[in-house]
Design a protein around this ligand. Structure first.
Ligand code: IPM
Ligand code: MN
Length: 342
């Protein structure tokens, strides 16, 4: 079986870390036919294209997509904020109906977690609605009377399919525990929909223990007592913010992988590190490709190549020696995937 794999290196350190992830895939022995897509800031600056229909059509036909990072440098005036994020990354999430953002966090060892607490959890982030949906607008822009609104879109359908995915995931894990994180005390409309949907789906999963935390409290618990969590399910924006925190408490954002999933498999799913383009360290060899490599492992697992995926994960246990460059880490991991961990 040869999988057709789309590769979008993207911006900043994206192409550097993606190259190392591809090395790991190759070392795992899984056959992939790669198509590289020139998308991101440099294409936009050259041609004005963000995600042309022809590229999107080719992407729809693939088995999976591996993405590095999207986004211009902070403060860059060449590419206005949001053009690439909304026009490329979010457009892919929406168009391919990648409604689950599956973000696992596992500290490589108890000592590497924040204040010595081991982290082993997954955040299931709703990925196509909420305040990311793009509802709202600006009226009377630039005048003293200007108004900006940015609504949060929550549909029963979108919320329920996300919560169901999270319950299924929790059921498959040892701890069988699922926490809904929201802000139901203030967001009384969307919070009510999330809470009622959560409660009604929970009745079908009596074997899964449940909990609820407000998002602000969850920030404290994640730092002080991450062992409270097994699987968290939450909305798009809370999930975005919480997963950066989860990255920080579980060994660093350089280790955090994610899968943007279409669980119905009506199209390709997309796998990418949680981190961004980190323009400040481009070309220095200091980018850690671990998150990209682990994203490739998530991809193989989702494609059904479980054995290859576990070999990649095992190759990163323990973590690579400190001081290695991006490429050296990639080589070190590839070697261990090929020949075992000794
Ligand atoms: C992420 C990123 C994206 C998001 C940005 C780049 C649009 O921060 O994947 O977490 O906000 O979802
Ligand atoms: Mn983010």
């Amino acid at each position: 079986m040869t999988y057709s794999l789309g590769v979008i290196g993207g911006d900043g350190i994206g192409p550097e870390v993606t190259q190392e992830a591809l090395k790991a895939v190759e070392a795992s022995g899984v056959d992939v036919a790669t198509t590289f897509f020139d998308l991101g800031a440099s294409r936009y600056l050259r041609t004005g294209d963000v995600l042309p229909e022809s590229d999107l059509d080719s992407i729809r036909k693939l088995d999976a997509v591996l993405l590095g990072a999207i986004g211009p440098a902070i403060g860059s005036t060449d590419v206005p904020s949001g053009i690439l994020e909304r026009g490329l990354l979010l457009k892919l999430r929406f168009e391919l109906d990648l409604y689950i953002n599956h973000r696992p966090f596992r500290s490589p060892s108890p000592e590497s977690g924040y204040v010595g607490k081991a982290v082993d959890m997954v955040v299931v982030r709703e990925n196509t609605e909420g305040s990311y949906a793009g509802e709202g607008g600006i009226l009377r822009r630039g005048t003293p009377h200007e108004v900006a609104t940015q609504g949060s879109v929550n549909t029963r359908f979108g919320v329920e399919r996300t919560i169901r995915y999270a319950f299924d995931l929790a059921r498959s894990r040892k701890a069988r525990h699922l926490t809904l994180v929201h802000k139901t005390n203030v967001l009384t409309f969307s919070g009510d929909l999330w809470q009622r949907t959560f409660d009604s789906v929970a009745e079908e999963y009596p074997d899964v223990e449940t909990a609820y935390n407000h998002v602000d409290a969850a920030c404290i618990y994640l730092v002080e007592a991450p062992e409270r969590y097994d699987v968290i399910v939450t909305d798009n924006l809370f999930g975005d913010i919480l997963t950066d925190l989860c990255g920080a408490i579980s060994g660093g954002i350089g280790l955090a992988a994610s899968g943007n999933l279409n669980p119905e498999r009506t199209g390709p799913s997309l796998f990418e590190p949680v981190h961004g383009a980190a323009h400040d360290i481009v070309g220095t060899g200091r980018a850690n490709p671990t998150a990209a490599i682990l994203s490739a492992a998530l991809m193989l697992n989702f494609l059904g190549e479980r054995e290859a995926a576990s070999r990649i994960e095992a190759a990163l246990q323990p973590a690579p020696p400190v001081g290695l460059s991006t490429q050296d880490i990639g080589d070190w991991v590839a070697e261990r995937i090929r020949h075992g961990n000794n």
